[in-house]
Design a protein. Sequence first.
Length: 205
Amino acid sequence: MEPIATVGNPDAAASLLDPIRMRMLDLLKEPDSATGVARRMSLPRQKANYHLRELEKHGLVTFLEARRKGNCTERVMQATARHYLVDPSVFGKVPEVQDRFSSAHLIASAGRAITEVAELASRARAADKKLATLTMTNEIRFRSPQDRSEFAYEYAKAVAQLMAKYHDETCEGGRQFRMLSALYPALENANENTAAGAGDAQRAL
């Protein structure tokens, strides 16, 4: 079972967003049969079977084993991931936004990253290879908008120096990587100073 899977097919996304199926996927983090799921959700077995077939068709659950119970053979299923994320491209092409100071640019860039990494991860799994990625997440509390502005300047300068040091446009065996850097208010503190944060965002960055 994957820790998180990206759903890029519109039909699969629609299936995922069905409330009954969402509940089934939550229950099927641990293996169970249609009979077990039906009992836990207080559903007719036939209805549970229908929803499980739809989830299996879209690759959201997978068959593990056939288990004999009395005169019946039950199909034991499990969710393919603990959590699912709908690929933004399901709703159309992720737009290009040029204003790097805008929240729209950050959202579009993050959406593009989700779409591209999901595709690359799918190719890596098909080739039985590991996808090379690097993710760093941190939080920083600034004393003032001025400090935030200075941090942004120094950070951009440091990244530019590192890229200039390691970037090689002429290397035949090299591989191109895309880097995304972002800074935004921590959601936990969003109520502290949301208006001020929005007002000075362009000055600060």
